[in-house]
Write a protein that binds this ligand. Structure first.
Ligand code: ADP
Ligand code: MG
Length: 235
C-alpha cells in the first residue's frame, strides 16, 4: 500500500472512505434507535434508565456524523466557482423546515451576482453547522436572517439570529474542538465550519451578546463573474 500510492492518492482514499462510512453508519444508528425506543416502553424504571443512556449515546454518534462528515465528500467534486445565491437558496430549503418546527423564521437574501471558489458540499456543511447552532439557540419569535453582498475584493455572508447569545468567555472558545454547552452537543460543528472556511481562503468572525443574539460574518475572496462565464463556456 505504502509503496504503490502517492500521498495525495492515499488522502483521496481516506476521504472516500470517510464519506461512505458516514453514509453507512447513519442507517444502522436509526434502526438501533427504533428498537431501543421500543424496549424503553416495556422495561422497568431501572432498565429504562439504561435504555435512555444508550439512546443519548446513539444520538451523540449521529451528531458527530452530521457535524463532521455529512457533506464532507471531496471525492465527488472538484474545486469550482460557486454562485453564492444558489448555494444559499439550497441551504434555505434544507433548513427552513427545521426552523419552522421551532416556530421560527429563516430569511435568505442574496443577490445573484456573487461568486466564490470552493467545494459546494463542504461549503454546505460549514453553513449548515453555523445555521443549525442559530436554530438551536432560538427562543420565542425566533428569527434568522442570512444576507450577502460584495465589498471590494471580498464577498460577505452574514448569519444573524435573535437567540440566546453568548458571553465573551463562550465567544472566545468558539471553534475549539469539543467545546459545547449542549447536552447533546458534539462541540465539533464550528471547528469543522472554521476549517472549511479557512480552506476556502475565507475568514469567520462572530459577534454575540447574551440574551440578544449572535451574528456570524463570513468573508471569502470574490471570484469575478468573467471567470465564471469562461468556466461555463468550458462546460
Ligand atoms: P455544538 O453545537 O455541538 O454544541 P458547535 O461547535 O456547533 O458545537 O458550537 C459550540 C458552542 O457554541 C455551542 O454549544 C453554543 O454554546 C455556542 N454557539 C454557537 N453558535 C451559537 C449561536 N448562534 N447562538 C448561541 N450560542 C452559539
Ligand atoms: Mg452545533
Amino acid at each position: 500500500f505504502n509503496r504503490y500510492l502517492q500521498k495525495h492518492e492515499k488522502l483521496e482514499i481516506v476521504s472516500e472512505l470517510t464519506a461512505s462510512v458516514a453514509h453507512e453508519v447513519r442507517n444502522p444508528l436509526q434502526v438501533t434507535r427504533g428498537f431501543l425506543q421500543l424496549l424503553g416502553k416495556r422495561t422497568d424504571s431501572r432498565e429504562r434508565m439504561y435504555v435512555e443512556m444508550a439512546l443519548a449515546e446513539l444520538d451523540r454518534a449521529a451528531g458527530i456524523v452530521s457535524d463532521f462528515l455529512a457533506f464532507a465528500r471531496p471525492e465527488l467534486e472538484d474545486w469550482r466557482i460557486l454562485k453564492l445565491s444558489d448555494e444559499l437558496l439550497r441551504l434555505e430549503s434544507m433548513l427552513a423546515p427545521m426552523a419552522q418546527l421551532q416556530g421560527a423564521k429563516l430569511c435568505v437574501d442574496a443577490p445573484p451576482d456573487l461568486y466564490i471558489g470552493g467545494h459546494s458540499a463542504k461549503l454546505k456543511q460549514a453553513l449548515i453547522n453555523i445555521v443549525k447552532n442559530s436554530i438551536e439557540a432560538l427562543k420565542e419569535r425566533g428569527e434568522i436572517r442570512i444576507w450577502a453582498y460584495r465589498r471590494e475584493g471580498d464577498v460577505y455572508v452574514h448569519i444573524k439570529d435573535n437567540g440566546t447569545g453568548m458571553s465573551p468567555e463562550e465567544l472566545a472558545r468558539l471553534g475549539e474542538p469539543y467545546f459545547s454547552n449542549k447536552t447533546k452537543g458534539t462541540g465539533l460543528g464550528l471547528m469543522v465550519a472554521f476549517r472549511i472556511v479557512e480552506a476556502m481562503q475565507g475568514h469567520i468572525e462572530y459577534r454575540s451578546e447574551k440574551g440578544v443574539g449572535t451574528e456570524a460574518i463570513l468573508r471569502f475572496p470574490a471570484v469575478e463573474a468573467e471567470e465564471d462565464r469562461e468556466a461555463e463556456a468550458a462546460g
